[in-house]
Design a binder for this molecule. Sequence first.
Ligand SMILES: *[C@@H]1O[C@H](CO)[C@@H](O)[C@H](O)[C@H]1NC(C)=O
Ligand SMILES: *[C@@H]1O[C@H](CO)[C@@H](O)[C@H](O)[C@H]1NC(C)=O
Ligand SMILES: *[C@@H]1O[C@H](CO)[C@@H](O)[C@H](O)[C@H]1NC(C)=O
Ligand SMILES: *[C@@H]1O[C@H](CO)[C@@H](O)[C@H](O)[C@H]1NC(C)=O
Ligand SMILES: *[C@@H]1O[C@H](CO)[C@@H](O)[C@H](O)[C@H]1NC(C)=O
Ligand SMILES: *[C@@H]1O[C@H](CO)[C@@H](O)[C@H](O)[C@H]1NC(C)=O
Ligand SMILES: *[C@@H]1O[C@H](CO)[C@@H](O)[C@H](O)[C@H]1NC(C)=O
Ligand SMILES: *[C@@H]1O[C@H](CO)[C@@H](O)[C@H](O)[C@H]1NC(C)=O
Ligand SMILES: [Cu+2]
Length: 615
Amino acid sequence: MLLNRVAYLLSFGSLAIAGALPPSRVIAERQASTSSPVPDGQCTNGPRTRNCWSEGFSIATDFDAKAPPAGKTVTYNLEVTNTTINADGNGTKPAMLINNQYPGPTIRAAWGDTVIVNVKNSLQHNGTGIHWHGLRRNCGSPRGRLQLLHMVLSSAPHRSSVNLIVEPQLNTCQHDGVPGITECPIAPGKTRQYIFRATQFGTSWYHSHWSAQYGEGVLGTIIIDGPATANYDEDLGVLPLTDYYYKPAFEINEQAQLSRTGPPAPDNILVNGTHKNGRGGGSYSKIVVKPNKKYRVRLINTSVDTTFHVSFDNHPFTVMTSDFVPVKSFVASQLTLNIGQRYDVVITTNQTAGNYWFRVGLGTDCGDNNILDSGIPLGAILRYEGQPDVDPSSTGVTLATHCNDEEGLVPFVPNSVPASIIPGEAALALASKQDNSTENLFRWTIDGSSLVVPWTQPSLKTTLEGSDNFHREENIYRMPTKDKWYLWHIQQRTPIPLPHPIHLHGHDFYILGRGTGEWDGTTTGLNFQNPTRRDTAMLPSRGYLLMAFPADNPGLWVMHCHIAWHASQGLSVQFLERKDEIKGAIGSTAEFDKGCREWNEYWPTRVYNQTDSGI
Ligand SMILES: *[C@@H]1O[C@H](CO)[C@@H](O)[C@H](O)[C@H]1NC(C)=O
Ligand SMILES: *[C@@H]1O[C@H](CO)[C@@H](O)[C@H](O)[C@H]1NC(C)=O
Ligand SMILES: *[C@@H]1O[C@H](CO)[C@@H](O)[C@H](O)[C@H]1NC(C)=O
Ligand SMILES: *[C@@H]1O[C@H](CO)[C@@H](O)[C@H](O)[C@H]1NC(C)=O
Ligand SMILES: *[C@@H]1O[C@H](CO)[C@@H](O)[C@H](O)[C@H]1NC(C)=O
Ligand SMILES: *[C@@H]1O[C@H](CO)[C@@H](O)[C@H](O)[C@H]1NC(C)=O
Ligand SMILES: *[C@@H]1O[C@H](CO)[C@@H](O)[C@H](O)[C@H]1NC(C)=O
Ligand SMILES: *[C@@H]1O[C@H](CO)[C@@H](O)[C@H](O)[C@H]1NC(C)=O
Ligand SMILES: [Cu+2]
C-alpha cells in the first residue's frame, strides 16, 4: 500500500489572486519591484511585492550569513517500489518509482521550515538513499585568504572489478543521502528518516544517489517558497525535463562501463513526466494559463545525460533564479539547462489566446537522442484556457545546440571572494581510463583515482569512529581550516572531449573562471566580485573550471559529475571539511547507526553485487 503524506500545511494565501483580470497595460508596468533591497517587515509578499517575505527577511537577505526565520514542520512519506512505467505511450518498461508516480511527489515547504522525510525502501534487491539536491546545510561567516588546489581529470586503464566490500541535529551531512559517504544505503524493507531545514528558497529536486538508480525514475521535485527578484501572479509549479530510455538504467549503466563507445542515446525526452513518442502515441504535457497574467514556472533538468535548451514561443520570459541563488532578473528568449540545474522564470500571457509550444531543444553538440529521428516537435503545450485541445502551430526561436552554461548570471545579493590567492599543493586532475583487465571497465579518474565507495563503511562512519583510514578510491580531499576559502582548479586532461556538469553537495560554489585548454595559473580574467554562484556548473570539454567556496560547513560533501553514467564510472571526489568538528556538529547518530546495522545485516544476503562507484 502506498504511504500518504501525513502532514503538509500550505501557507499559500498570498498567492491567490482574486478579483478582475488586470488589463495588460497594468501587467506591463508590473516589473520586479526590487529597487529597494532592504529587508522590510512592513511589506507583505504578494503579486506585486515578491521581494518581500517576513520581518527582517526579504530577497535582500544574505542567506549564507543569516539563518532564515524558524517556520513550521512539514512531513512526507516516500516509498520506493520496483514497478513499471509507460511515460510516453510507447509501452511499459520496468522502473523504480516514488509513491508509484513519475516524477515523485513535490516536496513543498517555506523558507525556514523543517522538512522531515521518511523514506521506505520497498525494492526487493537494491539499496537506496535519497539526496536533497542543492539544499545546503549550514550558515557561516567565511573569511581569510583563498587557498588554491588543483584537480585533474584525465584517462588511463583500471582495476578488474569493483567489489570493494570492505534526535538528530538539523542540517548536517548525515541527512545528505549519499550511500557509502554520509550513510549506509537503506536496506530492502527498511525505512530511514531524513531531517533538514530549508535555509534557501526556490526550486530543486530530490533523487536516489544509489548507483544509477535515479535513472530508473527515483526522483521528485522540491519547492521552497520564499521571496523573489521578479513579480508574478501565480505559481504554475515545477516543470522537470528529463531524457527517457526504453531500457532499464542499470542495464545501460553496465553497458556504458563495458563499452568503449560510451552509453547509448536516450530514446525520448519527458516534460513533467510525459511526452509523445516517435510513433504517434503518448501525449504532451499541458500548461494551462489565463490571459494577461504573469506566471512563475520552475524549470528543472533532471536528466541523466542530456543538456536542454528551452523557450516559450512568442513569450519571452524573465529569469529570476539559477539553482537556489536569486539573480538580477533579466529577459531571455531561450535558456540552457544542464543536468541538475534549475531556473525559475516568469512568463506574461499577453499574446493572442491560443496554443503555443514550450519548445525544447537538445544539446546535440554533446549528445544525441533517438526521438530526433522522428521529427516530432519536442516540448510541451502552453494553452490559453478554453482553447482547443490540438497541437500548436506556433513558431519560435531557433534553439541552440551547445552544452555550455548560461553566462552573466549575477547573484542578487552580492558576495565576493578574497582575491589574494595562496598557492596550494594538491592537484585535481580529471581523466578517463579504460580498464586493462578482462572486464575492461571504463572509468573516469581524478588525480589518477576513480571513486568507489564502500556501502558497508561510509566515510562518515570512518570519521565518526575517529579513524583516518580511508581507501584511496574514496577520493578524499581535505578542507581542514575553519572558514578558510578554498579555490579548486579542476582541469580536464582526457582525450575524450566531453563537458561535465559538476555538482557539489553542502555548498554553493563561486565560479571564478572557466575556459578551454589549460589554466595559465594567473588571476587575469578571473572574477572575484560577485561571481555567479550555484551548485551545478559545466566543466568545459578539454577545459578547466575554477571554483571557490569557504570551509563553513563541517561534513563530508561529495562533488561529482551529474551525468549518471559518469558518476557511476567514478567521476567524483569527497571533501572532508573540518573533520574534527563533524562528530560534534551532527548530534545524535541513532538513525545513522540503525541504517548501517540494517544494511550490514542485509548485504551478505544480497542478490546483486556493487559494480560501479556506488553513487
Ligand atoms: C518503443 O519504441 C521503440 C522503437 O522506437 C522500440 O524499439 C521499443 O522496444 C518500444 N517499446 C518499449 C516498451 O520501449
Ligand atoms: C525488480 O523486479 C524484477 C522483476 O520481478 C526483478 O528481476 C528485479 O531484481 C527487481 N529489482 C529490485 C531492485 O528489486
Ligand atoms: C539493482 O537492481 C537491478 C535490477 O532491478 C540490478 O540490475 C542491479 O544490479 C541491482 N544493483 C545492486 C547493486 O543491487
Ligand atoms: C595494461 O596492463 C599492462 C600490464 O599490466 C601495462 O603495462 C599497461 O600499461 C596497461 N595499459 C594501460 C593503458 O594502462
Ligand atoms: C507539472 O505537474 C505537476 C503535477 O501534476 C503540476 O502540479 C504542475 O503544475 C505541472 N507544471 C506545470 C508548469 O504545468
Ligand atoms: C540537462 O542537462 C544536460 C547535461 O548537462 C544537458 O545536455 C541538457 O540539455 C539539459 N536539459 C535542459 C532541458 O536544459
Ligand atoms: C508582453 O509581455 C512581455 C514581457 O513582459 C513584453 O516584453 C511585451 O512587450 C508584451 N507584449 C505585449 C503585446 O504587450
Ligand atoms: C559477488 O561477489 C562475490 C565476491 O567477489 C562473489 O563471490 C559472488 O559470486 C558475487 N555475486 C554475484 C551475484 O555476482
Ligand atoms: Cu561527466
